[in-house]
Design a protein around this ligand. Structure first.
Ligand SMILES: Nc1ncnc2c1ncn2[C@@H]1O[C@H](COP(=O)(O)OP(=O)(O)OP(=O)(O)O)[C@@H](O)[C@H]1O
Length: 803
């Protein structure tokens, strides 16, 4: 609405200058005074009121108005424009509320009597008409694009509407026009006609056959577009629709939705907007039209829960019904997805089960999901489940209900499987029900379980980089998607494990205080490869050389391979790239080690150094940066995005290259909860297309590039490129309070403001962002954490940020 009004005002400005001249004989002072009084009556926030009046002053000065009523129309437009700019929500009904205020003022004598107040839509329509005349073109964006599906409903209802209906429709006409003005935001029209919104709580199946029962109900113009259902002044976005319930042969169908409910302005400081279930029961004019409406929803990828006619069970009537009402073909709805739900009952202080069963499960049920729910019994259970699950039982994905820890376990379980190729393509859905849900908040901008469930129902995939951390002593690899720490935070997380039973979620605080009181000095040598443009170019070149196809291509392929065109099941995230352990581990200590940028970070503390059997040269100067060539030229070739090779070859290689290490599938004791749990980042853009229902075809050539050994034969050109990349390695040695390696910007979940830890980091940019907190001492540490809370930590002179 708001945007379309902005759009309209632009249209007016561009196409209708003569019209403005015609209106320029107004009385600005009287109009301003009346406007001030009317706006005041609306009780909007003072800042917005002020802005509206100043915008109105400019507007009326530039266009003028023939009458006070004209002025009010412009004033109302100014209100919507200001509200749009300020992201303040004026509901669609506000125009009517405002006109009521003006009428009230007129009746009470505070404004001169006038003809009926024109809504801005009417004013706009008039102006727009002029613009069309003056330009001689059809410029109005009001009109929906050509109907894609001609339907009987609209035509027939037009013809068959009774005169009463017609009068009612007339009454409602101005309302539906509001929806019309949003047409640019609402996509193309699928079907339109008359519908009755039935608000009766209990309705017998036979009631609707009796037209007397529904005669008193209002018949309104309704329209289903590719993005919303509109009726009267209501707009229901299809993104908020879960499913449609429908009985063949009836006029009635129910639209199940979870629209966002925003708190009223006065309460907006205290309560957040939330989603809650709303079912809208509609009656079409005929069963035939109802069928078409429901088919329209199915065409827009809404799940349709079709049932037989309620009387079909009654044998006596069956033949009659079949003869009269069941001449319909079946509605082709999307295939209900099958998923595994892994629920950590301990998450979120034991509230996760309640969250799932009360809030989330009903949504999945409405959407027809077939779920197998498994509750974890201990730490590590989720990883075992993901490691062992037969994908044919959950082809559409795994939903994690809990905090970041459970997601990380599932990720690690999947990536440790023999069939990684298939495993990394299994979508992971996340229902935030833990005490820390930074990943889903970070990557999708979703914090509440209902929105997360809705996002899963709607489909779409978000590709996410995955990094690997390797314990050099044991060779254990741990995967993560958020952040990995060295130094103080790492120690706190480790210590907190031992307080899990005693302190529960408070354990982080207890461990933090204890560690702070006996803060050690952390010395590290750190090696990293800064992400430079040159390096990125080289990498891109290398990838192009290798004819690389990434994950998104895979899903595109899957989409294309879908025979019936219904999109595939999806989830909140999928694993886009995997870091490989460095095969040259015999020569050096690495924490991450493929040539993905994330593996361009290595750090070693003295303890690791002692334990490590092999070590590259260490520089003696603590803060000296110098180029180094730490990697043998054949062993560190970009692998994650290169041509695929067999799964076994990949995991087998690690052990064959380095007998001291276990394979990738090592489910070692060092695997613990993702230490990303305190941090997150703002979400990416969803893949706009839902991807339900496409069968993955694992037999086809899988374009996912799994990590693998480098090509044996390399061109001289490539070798040169790599040598140049390796030359840029930076080595830092000294004391660090902490080293944070972030895969995304890490918005802190707890904070009210939206400051982030690593502002330049993104979840899918093939780089990791390093935050180096140099030095030692409690005061420094305290300052760092205090400024982190305010988002100003990067201003500290001892904090270094490297991409
Ligand atoms: N049934 C269980 N009993 C005990 N621990 C479990 C169980 N299931 C999973 N866990 C462990 O609990 C850890 C934390 O789980 P999760 O992140 O889902 O919840 P949370 O509420 O965010 O956790 P936190 O306790 O960190 O606040 C996981 O890493 C997992 O290893």
């Amino acid at each position: 609405m708001i945007h379309s009004i902005l759009f309209f005002s632009n249209t007016i400005h561009h196409h209708c200058p003569t019209h403005f001249l015609r209106l320029s004989n107004s009385t600005p002072t009287a109009a301003s005074a009346a406007a001030a009084a009317a706006v005041d009556n609306c009780r909007l926030p003072p800042a917005i009121t002020k802005r509206i009046l100043s915008d109105f002053a400019c507007l009326s000065a530039s266009i003028g108005a023939q009458s006070l009523q004209e002025s009010f129309s412009w004033l109302l437009i100014a209100m919507y424009v200001v509200a749009a700019k300020r992201k303040f929500r004026l509901p669609l009904s506000f125009a009517f509320h405002f006109s009521g205020i003006v009428d009230g003022m007129q009746n009470s004598g505070s404004l001169p009597k006038s003809n009926s107040f024109r809504t801005p839509q009417q004013a706009l329509r008039q102006l727009n008409c002029c613009s069309q005349i003056s330009t001689g073109q059809q410029t109005s964006p009001i009109v929906f694009p050509e109907k894609r599906t001609k339907n009987k409903a609209s035509r027939r209802s037009d013809v068959s509407a009774s005169s009463d209906d017609f009068k009612k429709a007339k009454r409602e006409e101005h309302r539906i026009d509001i929806g019309d003005e949003q047409s640019d935001l609402l996509g193309y029209e699928v079907i339109s006609g008359k519908l009755v919104l039935d608000k009766r709580k209990t309705v017998k199946a036979t009631d609707e056959q009796n037209s007397a029962e529904t005669a008193h109900l209002d018949n309104v113009d309704a329209k289903l577009t590719s993005k919303a259902l509109l009726w009267g002044s209501h707009v229901l976005r299809l993104d908020d629709v879960i499913s449609v319930s429908y009985n063949y042969g009836l006029r009635r169908f129910i639209v199940h939705s979870y629209p966002i409910k925003r708190p009223s302005y006065s309460l907006s400081c205290f309560s957040k907007s939330s989603r809650s279930r709303k079912d809208f029961c509609f009656l079409a004019s005929t069963p035939d039209e109802a069928f078409q409406w429901v088919t329209g929803f199915a065409d827009q990828h809404c799940f349709v829960n079709c049932s037989p006619h309620p009387l079909v069970s009654s044998k006596k009537q069956e033949s009659e019904i079949l003869a009269s009402d069941f001449s319909y073909s079946h509605i082709k709805s999307k295939r209900p997805p099958r998923m595994l739900v892994i629920l950590n009952p301990r998450s979120g202080r034991g509230r996760s089960s309640k969250v799932f069963h009360n809030l989330v499960e009903p949504i999945f049920k409405l959407a027809g999901f077939k779920l197998e729910v498994v509750k974890t019994t201990s730490a590590g259970h989720a990883r075992d489940l993901a490691f062992n699950v037969d994908f044919s039982t959950c082809p559409d994905g795994i939903i994690c209900v809990g905090g970041d820890g459970i997601v990380n376990e599932v990720l690690n379980g999947l990536l440790c499987r023999d069939n990684q190729k298939e495993a990394i393509s299994i979508p992971i859905g996340i229902i935030p029900a833990g005490s820390d849900n930074s990943l889903v908040w970070t990557v999708l901008g979703v914090r509440d379980p209902v929105s997360a469930a809705l996002a899963i129902v709607k489909g779409g995939l978000t590709a996410t980089d995955v990094f690997a951390v390797e314990w050099v002593q044991t060779g254990v690899i741990h995967f993560g998607m958020t952040v990995t720490y060295f130094g103080f935070i790492s120690d706190v997380l480790e210590l907190s494990e031992s307080y899990q039973k005693r302190f529960g979620p408070l354990r982080y605080f207890v461990a933090g205080v204890l560690k702070f009181l006996c803060l050690p000095k952390y010395s590290y040598q750190l090696e990293y490869l800064p992400a430079s443009r040159e390096k990125n170019d080289l990498e891109r070149q290398a990838l192009a050389d290798k004819d690389e196809v990434d994950m998104s291509d895979l899903y595109t392929d899957v989409m294309r391979s879908n025979a019936d065109g219904i999109p595939r099941a999806s989830s909140l995230s999928s694993i886009d790239s995997i870091m490989t352990p460095d095969r040259s581990g015999l020569e050096m200590d690495t924490t991450c080690s493929s040539t993905e940028p994330s593996d361009y970070v290595r750090a070693i503390d003295p303890k690791s150094k002692r334990l490590s059997s092999s070590r590259s040269n260490v520089t003696s100067d603590p803060e000296v940066i110098h180029p180094q060539l730490p990697i043998s030229s054949t062993l560190n070739w970009p692998r994650t995005r290169s041509k695929s090779r067999t799964d076994k070859g990949w995991s087998g290689l690690t052990s064959s290259q380095d007998p001291t290490r276990s394979s990738w599938g090592n489910l070692g004791a060092n695997d613990k909860e993702d230490i990303s749990s305190t941090l997150s980042d703002p979400g990416p853009i969803w893949d706009p297309e839902p991807k339900w229902d496409t069968e993955p075809n694992w037999e086809m050539e899988n374009p996912i590039e799994l990590p693998g050994p480098p090509e044996d034969v390399e061109s001289g050109e490539r070798r040169t490129s790599r040598a140049r990349m390796e030359e840029s390695w930076v080595v830092k040695k000294g004391k660090f309070l902490g080293i944070l390696v972030c895969n995304h910007s890490c918005k802190t979940v707890q904070s009210l403001s939206s400051q982030v830890v690593a502002p330049k980091a993104e979840h899918d940019d093939n780089t990791l962002d390093l935050l180096l907190v140099h030095g030692s001492g409690r005061l420094r540490l305290l300052r760092f954490f205090l400024l982190l809370q305010m988002g100003r930590h990067l201003s500290l002179p001892y904090v270094e940020y490297v991409k």
